[in-house]
Design a protein around this ligand. Structure first.
Ligand code: HEM
Length: 535
C-alpha cells in the first residue's frame, strides 16, 4: 500500500503466490526459497566443518549483522504513536484564515493523521527514561498538501540561540570521550561560557527536567515560525502542546526510585495507556506576534532562549491531537521516522530565527546518512498523497515517483512529451525583504538572565528546593572556576537564586559526598558484590 508505482518491470514484491505444498506460514529465505531446516547449518557430517556455499545461513546471519542502523546522534531513545489532529477552524475566537492559509487548520472538525515520537536527548537507544534531560516532542502531520513536521521539546526554550554552537553543546552533554561517563564538570564547563543557557538550565535542573512520563508533559515548537495568509502576509508564531492529562514532574528521588526497577517506564506508560484505550490528548495552541523586530520588548522575538510572556501573547487554541494507535513495528515506524524543521506546508513559513535555519540544514542531512538517501520513500516518512518527482535511484530506491500513465523515459523537466508539471500557484508568496551586511555577530538584546529569574520566582517552593539541590549537587563536582562563573549567572538572574545555590554548594562540600564520590563508592561496592563462584 504505497503511493507511486512499483519499480518498472518488477511489479510488487510478495504478491502472495505459493508453490505447491506451501502454506501462508511456510518459512522462506528473502529469495522466496522454502526453508526446510532452520535448526541445523549445512555441514560435512554432523560435526562439521561448515561450507561456504551455505546461502540460507549466510543470508540469515549477514542480514542480522546489519540489523542496526546508526542511532540518532541526539534523541536516540524514543517512543512513537500514531494518531489524529482535529482542527477547530479558528484561532481562539478569530477565524484562522486571518493568519494562515494552511489547509489543515481551516475547517472545524477537519482531521489529519499524525505520527508522534517522544524522546530523551543525550544518551543511547536503550538508556534510562528517568534521566534529567529535555524531552523531544516531534509530530509529523500527513496533510493533503504534503507533510508538516513540528519538531519541538517540552521546555519551550533552548540552551543556545545559534546552531553553530550545537555540536559543542551536545559533546559536553554526551559521555566523556575518555571514560564514557557523563560528567557534570564537562556539562557546566560548556555552560560557564554560555550565559544564554541560564534560563534553560533553570528549567532543566528543576523537576521540569524529569517529566513523570511522556503523557504528562507539554510540547513546544521552541523556535519562531511564521504563518502566511491568502494575501501573502506573514505573522510570527510559536506553537505549544498542552496535555489534557495534566502536567506532572518527578523529584530526583522519585526518578531514582523508578529507575531502580524500570528504565523504560515512559515508553511503557505510553504504549500501555494506548492499549488500554486511554488515548492521550494534547491541545495545540499558538502565540501570534506581528512580524518585525519589536524594539519595545526586552527580548528578541527570534531568540529561542526566551518565552513570549503569556499575559502579552495569549495561547490561542487551534486544534486537538489524540494518539490512538501503537506502532506495529518499532524499527520500521519509530526508529526510521525522520522529522525535520524544514518540512512545512503552504501557509506555514520560516522566520529569520538563526537556530531554526541551522536546524533545518541538520535534520535531512543526518537522515540521508542515518536512514539513507531514499528515506522519504519509506511508508512512515512518505506523504500520504500524490508524489511525482524526477529524483531517481540511490541506495534502496524502492519505487519510482511517477504518476499513472507517465512516459517512463521522461525523468526530467521541462518536457513536451510527458513528466510532472509545475503546480499552479494558489496564493501570493510571502516575500519579506532582507538587507544587511554579511557578518558574524550575536543578536543585540541578549538579556541572558531576566527570564531565568522570572522563572525562578514563578516556581513553587518544592520546585525551587529541588532546583537548588540539583544544581548544588552537579556543581559540587566541578572545578572552582566553573562554580564561580555559574554562581555569577544565577545571581544575575535572581539574588536569592545565587545565594541559595552558593549555600547549597558549601553544604555539599562540608557534609555529603558529591554525586561523583557517591558513584565511586557505589562502583567500589559493586566490585565487592556477589558471591564467589568456582568454575
Ligand atoms: C533530533 C540537530 C536543536 C528537537 C535531532 C537530530 C539532529 C538534530 C541531527 C537527529 C535527527 C535524526 O537522526 O533523525 C539539531 C540541531 C539543533 C537542534 C543542529 C540546533 C541547532 C533542537 C531544538 C529542539 C530539537 C531546539 C527542540 C525544539 C529535536 C527532536 C529530535 C531531534 C525532538 C528527535 C526527532 C525524532 O524523534 O526523531 N536534532 N537539533 N532540536 N531534535 Fe534537534
Amino acid at each position: 500500500d504505497h503511493t507511486g508505482t512499483a519499480v518498472q518491470g518488477v511489479g510488487n514484491a510478495n504478491d502472495g503466490r505459493r508453490a505447491e505444498g506451501e502454506t501462508a506460514q511456510t518459512l522462506t529465505t528473502r529469495q522466496g526459497h522454502p526453508v526446510t531446516n532452520n535448526q541445523n547449518s549445512r555441514t560435512v557430517g554432523s560435526r562439521g566443518p561448515m561450507t561456504l556455499e551455505n546461502y540460507q545461513f549466510i543470508e540469515k546471519l549477514s542480514h542480522f549483522d546489519r540489523e542496526r542502523i546508526p542511532e540518532r546522534v541526539v534523541h536516540a531513545r524514543g517512543a512513537g504513536a500514531h494518531g489524529v489532529f482535529e482542527a477547530y477552524g479558528a484561532v481562539g475566537d478569530e477565524p484562522v484564515s486571518k493568519y494562515t492559509r494552511a489547509k489543515l487548520f481551516q475547517d472545524k472538525g477537519k482531521q489529519t493523521p499524525v505520527f508522534v515520537r517522544f524522546s530523551t536527548v543525550g544518551h543511547g537507544t536503550h538508556s534510562p527514561e528517568t534521566l534529567r534531560d529535555p524531552r523531544g516532542f516531534a509530530v509529523k502531520f500527513y496533510t493533503e498538501d504534503g507533510n508538516w513536521d513540528l519538531v519541538g521539546n517540552n521546555l519551550k526554550i533552548f540552551f543556545i540561540r545559534d546552531a553553530l554552537k550545537f555540536p559543542d553543546l551536545i559533546h559536553s552533554q554526551k559521555p566523556s570521550p575518555t571514560t564514557n561517563l557523563q560528567s557534570a564538570e564537562r556539562i557546566f564547563d560548556f555552560f560557564a561560557g554560555t550565559p544564554e543557557a541560564t534560563h534553560m538550565i533553570t528549567l532543566l535542573y528543576s523537576p521540569w527536567g524529569i517529566p513523570a512520563t511522556y503523557r504528562f508533559m507539554q510540547g513546544s515548537g521552541v523556535n519562531t515560525y511564521k504563518w502566511v495568509n491568502e494575501q501573502g502576509e506573514g505573522v510570527l508564531v510559536k506553537y505549544h502542546w498542552e496535555p489534557v492529562q495534566g502536567i506532572r514532574n518527578l523529584t530526583q528521588a522519585d526518578a531514582d526510585k523508578i529507575q531502580a526497577t524500570n528504565f523504560n517506564h515512559a515508553s511503557q506508560d505510553l504504549h500501555d495507556a494506548i492499549e488500554r484505550g486511554e488515548y492521550p490528548q494534547w491541545e495545540l495552541l499558538v502565540q501570534i506576534m506581528e512580524d518585525g523586530e519589536h524594539p519595545e520588548l526586552d527580548f528578541d522575538p527570534l531568540d529561542d532562549t526566551k518565552i513570549w510572556p503569556r499575559e502579552q501573547f495569549p495561547w490561542r487554541p487551534v486544534g486537538m491531537m489524540t494518539l490512538n494507535r501503537n506502532p506495529e513495528n518499532v524499527f520500521a515506524e519509530t526508529e526510521q521516522a525522520a522529522f525535520g524543521t524544514g518540512v512545512l506546508v503552504d501557509g506555514l513559513d520560516f522566520s529569520d530565527d538563526k537556530m531554526l535555519q541551522g536546524r533545518t540544514f541538520s535534520y535531512s542531512d543526518t537522515q540521508r546518512y542515518r536512514v539513507g538517501p531514499n528515506y522519504l520513500q519509506l511508508p512512515i516518512n512518505a506523504p500520504k498523497k500524490h508524489v511525482a518527482t524526477n529524483q531517481r535511484d540511490g541506495q534502496m530506491a524502492y519505487r519510482v515517483d511517477t504518476f499513472t500513465g507517465q512516459d517512463a523515459r521522461v525523468n526530467y523537466e521541462p518536457s513536451l512529451l510527458s513528466g510532472p508539471k509545475e503546480a499552479p500557484r494558489r496564493a501570493p508568496d510571502h516575500t519579506p525583504r532582507v538587507e544587511g551586511n554579511l557578518i558574524r555577530a550575536s543578536i543585540e538584546r541578549t538579556n541572558n538572565f531576566g527570564q531565568a529569574g522570572e522563572q525562578y520566582r514563578r516556581f513553587e517552593d518544592w520546585e525551587r528546593d529541588e532546583l537548588v539541590a540539583n544544581l548544588a549537587g552537579a556543581l559540587s563536582e566541578c572545578d572552582p572556576r566553573i562554580q564561580a562563573r555559574m554562581l555569577e549567572y544565577f545571581r544575575a538572574a535572581d539574588a536569592d537564586y545565587g545565594r541559595r545555590v552558593e549555600e547549597g554548594l558549601k553544604e555539599k562540600a562540608a557534609q555529603r559526598p558529591s554525586r561523583e564520590q557517591q558513584q565511586q563508592q557505589a562502583a567500589q561496592a559493586a566490585a565487592g558484590l556477589g558471591r564467589e563462584a568456582k568454575p
